[in-house]
Design a protein around this ligand. Structure first.
Ligand code: FAD
Length: 417
């Protein structure tokens, strides 16, 4: 007899963990599971900023999807899902049709530029591995290309780095960039080029009054102080109104001459817009799902992670975090099997247990169960927590080795392109 076919679109945190929870049922021969992803690897996004600043190699933050599911019976298909036809229970992957009994949409999010003029065209983002590699190369290029420039104004413009967004991604990147840039200058360019220390500047632009608005105020203040100590100039209560190839214009009327703008201003979900459904399923690009994580009005379509908008009593939904996607994955897998067995489904409800933010080497801040922590021990905890979120021990050992090596050696500045 034909087994029910579960197709999971997206092999990020939501997709991979859902498939892992379904493995026992695949092994028992109860269902077939296919996972589809654009790349053939799972990307550990929380450590991408370390790749962008030479702390980790790209290989460290990726895990082969085939390796994760080797021997489990879960099938992997590398490709892009172009459309999902809910009525026909069919999706199209790179022109080929695939039928399903249950589909799980875990396609994640992309950067949101909020329609700000020039932002999309002239900003760097950090969503995938190639973004991280590009940022690293652009920072190194800025130094290499300026190393023999005699005109101070030109050096200043080329060595001005702007980070937009005071959330976790913007703050972690600004701190790592500050340390990377300081290392580049003091170790390789000071005295060996025309570059002077005061040619270099890093700016963080934030719309709110403080960075990391989701954390307790004591931590927000500590984060701001740490960034300033690392040499980052903070522009609070300020938004970007335009980005060009050589300038960022700010809401207070001022502007910063730069050709390096890193945008961490927000995200918007990737909802395969081509989905065909009679229901109005999207709010702000996110699929509205019920508390069982089923797309509203659809019994066999589950959505989770950054692309899901879960109905909550306060209508606030959940933040776009890996820990949310991972928790939702367990419920989605359970509910698929419960639906198949005509059993009651489980409701998803979750309170964020903790948030950890690294601020360069040897310093992190964290809020865990309402308590606040900061400093070296927190940084060690931050690293340990992330290490144990990788799927294989081999990967954990490799990263632990790279991190240990990084404590004694300088960051890698070889260009790959
Ligand atoms: C730089 C950065 C740092 C972060 N740091 C943290 C952190 O410290 N802690 C935390 O909790 N969260 C963090 N996040 C957020 C976290 O990464 C996301 O919340 C989480 O990845 C969401 O999981 P997801 O499964 O919804 O999407 P993703 O993990 O983004 O996975 C989506 C997958 O779907 C694939 N895909 C998309 N469209 C298609 C398609 N049409 N066909 C096939 N495949 C497709 C993509 O290639 C991708 O592999 C960070 C995010 C970024 C970008």
């Amino acid at each position: 007899m034909k087994k029910p076919h579960v197709v999971i679109v997206g092999a990020g945190f939501g997709g991979v963990y859902t498939a892992q929870h379904l493995v026992p049922y695949v092994k028992k021969g109860l269902i077939d599971v296919t996972i589809i992803n654009q790349t053939n690897y799972f990307l550990f996004t929380p450590l991408l900023h370390e790749v962008a600043t030479g702390g980790l190699s790209g290989r460290s933050v990726t895990e082969s999807i085939r390796h994760i599911f080797a021997g489990t019976g879960v099938l992997f298909h590398q490709g892009t899902v172009e459309s999902v036809d809910i009525k026909k229970r069919e999706l199209v992957v790179d022109g080929k049709h695939m039928s399903y009994d249950y589909v799980v949409l875990a396609t994640g999010a992309v950067t949101n530029f909020y329609g700000i003029k020039g932002a999309k065209e002239h900003s760097l983002v950090l969503k995938n591995l190639s973004d991280a590699v590009e940022i690293r190369e652009r920072i190194i290029d800025a130094f290499e290309d300026t190393s023999s420039v005699d005109i101070a104004e030109k050096r200043k413009k080329d060595l001005t780095f702007v980070v937009v967004g005071g959330g976790a991604t913007g703050v972690e990147m600004a701190a790592e960039m500050a340390e990377f840039i300081d290392m580049l200058y003091s170790r390789y360019f000071d005295g060996a080029s025309t570059i002077q220390k005061d040619d270099i500047s890093i700016h963080l632009i934030n719309m709110g009054a403080e960075v990391l608005s989701m954390l307790d105020q004591t931590l927000r203040i500590k984060a701001a102080r740490r960034l300033e100590a690392l040499g980052v100039t903070l522009h609070m209560n300020t938004s970007v109104t335009e980005v060009t190839s050589d300038r960022v214009t700010l809401s207070d009327g001022s502007s910063i001459d730069t050709s390096f703008v890193f945008w961490a201003g927000g995200i918007m979900p990737i909802s395969p817009a081509c989905i065909s459904s009679s229901e109005p399923v999207c709010i702000g690009g996110k699929f509205v799902v019920d508390t069982f994580l089923r797309m509203k009005g659809e019994m066999d379509v589950f959505v989770l992670g950054d692309t899901a908008c879960v109905e909550t009593p306060d209508n606030k939904g959940y933040p776009a975090l890996a820990q949310i996607a991972v928790r939702q994955a367990k419920i989605v897998a359970y509910n698929i099997m419960a639906s198949l067995g005509h059993q009651p489904l489980r409701v998803f409800s979750y309170v964020v247990r903790g948030t950890l933010v690294s601020l360069g080497q040897w310093y992190a801040i964290g809020q865990v169960f309402g308590m606040t922590f900061s400093g070296k021990i927190m940084w060690w905890v931050w690293r340990t927590v992330y290490l144990f979120n990788f799927h294989s021990w081999v990967k954990r050992f490799k990263i632990a080795f790279e991190w240990t090596e990084g404590l004694f050696t300088s960051r890698d500045i070889t260009k790959l392109r």
